[in-house]
Ligand binder design. Structure first.
Ligand code: AMP
Length: 432
């Protein structure tokens, strides 16, 4: 099957071939003809499956087939995060470079006024996070009466993030006759309920079982006490010469702290999470994509939907509380057929989480012997000095500075058999 078999117009085929795609992915070969035919679609597909082109291409085609009457958007894509909104809009502009349609994205965290004026000048496809969309609608800066297609992208995540009331409010502002597309990586009862209310006679597409991409990802885990994780991580990055690694931490504070610690060990790193300004997040992502930084440290929500091509390496610095999040995280690697590697650093208190993950995966994550690694000297970061952390732009100083606690010396750590023993009488890292 080729893209031209799907009924796409030459302008779109040209853009697709310039992107270097020759074969549609399964979600694309099923969704594109259905969306072109005007059907509602319920698609079980996660990031990495090519879902974005699966809805963007047919929407571009449908909208370009008719003459635009005015400046109001005709397609609305709702996404849970700003990053995903920016990426979907970028895809729409990319795939739509030979059709005369305008795509615009709106999300919170940046000022409202430029968005109001941009909307006034008109757009055909609007990609938005729900909160900001409602703000704009309430300010009467947005005419939603011409919307013909509504897409809920990563609907499960929007649900998790509590966006359902917002989505209901938005739907009330839309014309009742419209096409609806719902994309979700997982199917909970809530998603099923939403789909039943929203969709009319939908085509259901399940491109792959939820955990299919996992087959493309080589997984392994190491046992390591929480307080030694950062040392092991530095060792792994340096020993393996990882050029690009996405690291997941559980908290924003943890992401900031680890970023500083990595920088202190000479590894270029940046954090990406909800407390960072949009500009800082975009900058960090750009630097990561360009290879100017090695490590991108992210929280779950911030990392959702990040489209980083051929990401070879993901590290679970802390295991997620929700096993499905593990699947999403490691799905960041091995995208579109490329092989990836996911490493989890598992402390003793995370054994239960690992068991839950393995239950969802229906297989075990290989636990490898922890390599020997150096205990690095404590770095005086903002967090070790004043207990707050996150001082932006702060360059950590090396150990021995006035704020350095507990005079930690350089040492090395070898995991005792199976690593159950926390530190085994070895030198302790007390920088946490
Ligand atoms: P998505 O699931 O939409 O986030 O897309 C995942 C990645 O796959 C993106 O980097 C796309 O550029 C890429 N992609 C989408 N469709 C194809 C295709 N047919 N062939 C190869 N790569 C693709």
């Amino acid at each position: 099957m080729s893209f031209s078999d799907l009924g796409l117009m030459p302008e779109l085929l040209r853009a697709v071939s310039e992107k270097g795609y020759d074969t549609p992915t399964p979600i694309q070969s099923q969704a594109i003809p259905a969306v072109l035919a005007g059907r509602d679609v319920l698609a079980g597909a996660q990031t990495g499956t090519g879902k974005t082109a699966g809805f963007v291409l047919p929407i571009l085609q449908r909208l370009s087939a008719e003459t635009a009457g005015g400046s109001a958007p005709r397609a609305l894509v709702l996404t849970p995060t700003r990053e995903l909104a920016a990426q979907v809009a970028e895809s729409a502009r990319d795939y739509g470079k030979y059709v005369r349609l305008r795509t615009y994205q709106v999300f919170g965290g940046v000022s409202l006024n430029p968005q109001i004026s941009a909307l006034r000048s008109g757009c055909d496809i609007l990609v938005a996070t729900p909160g900001r969309l409602l703000d704009l609608a309430q300010q009467r800066a947005l005419d939603l009466s011409k919307i013909q297609v509504l897409v809920l992208d990563e609907a499960d995540r929007m649900l998790d993030m509590g966006f359902i009331p917002d989505i209901r409010r938005i739907i009330k502002l839309l014309p009742s006759r419209r096409q609806n597309l719902l994309f979700s990586a997982t199917y909970s009862n809530d998603i099923r309920g939403l789909a039943e209310k929203l969709l009319r006679d939908p085509l259901s597409i399940q491109v792959a079982p939820r955990n299919a991409p996992i087959e493309l990802v080589e997984q392994r885990a190491y046992r390591v006490p929480q307080e030694h994780k950062r040392h092991l991580l530095v060792h792994l990055i340096q020993e393996n010469h990882w050029p690009q690694v996405l690291i997941f931490t559980r908290t924003k504070h943890g992401a900031n702290r680890l970023t500083q610690q990595l920088e202190g060990a000479g590894i270029r790193a940046a954090a990406i999470h909800g407390n960072k300004s949009q500009a800082a997040r975009v900058k960090a992502l750009d630097m990561f994509k360009r290879g100017e930084i090695t490590a991108l440290v992210a929280t779950e929500v911030a990392a959702r939907g990040l489209d980083i091509k051929e990401l070879p390496q993901v590290v679970n610095y802390e295991l997620p509380n929700v096993p499905e999040d593990y699947v999403h995280r490691i799905g960041r690697t091995g995208r579109a057929g490329a092989a990836g590697e996911a490493v989890s650093l598992v402390s003793a208190d995370e054994n239960g989480l690992l068991r839950d993950i393995e239950r969802v995966l229906k297989c075990s994550v290989p636990m490898l012997p922890t390599p020997e690694f150096k205990i690095l000297p404590t770095v005086a970061t903002a967090s070790t000095r004043d207990g707050h952390g996150g001082g932006q732009g702060h360059r950590p100083q090396h150990g021995g500075s006035s704020g350095n606690r507990a005079g930690e010396r350089r040492g090395s750590y070898r995991t005792p058999a199976h690593g159950a023993n926390r530190g085994g009488g070895q030198q302790r890292d007390r920088s946490r």
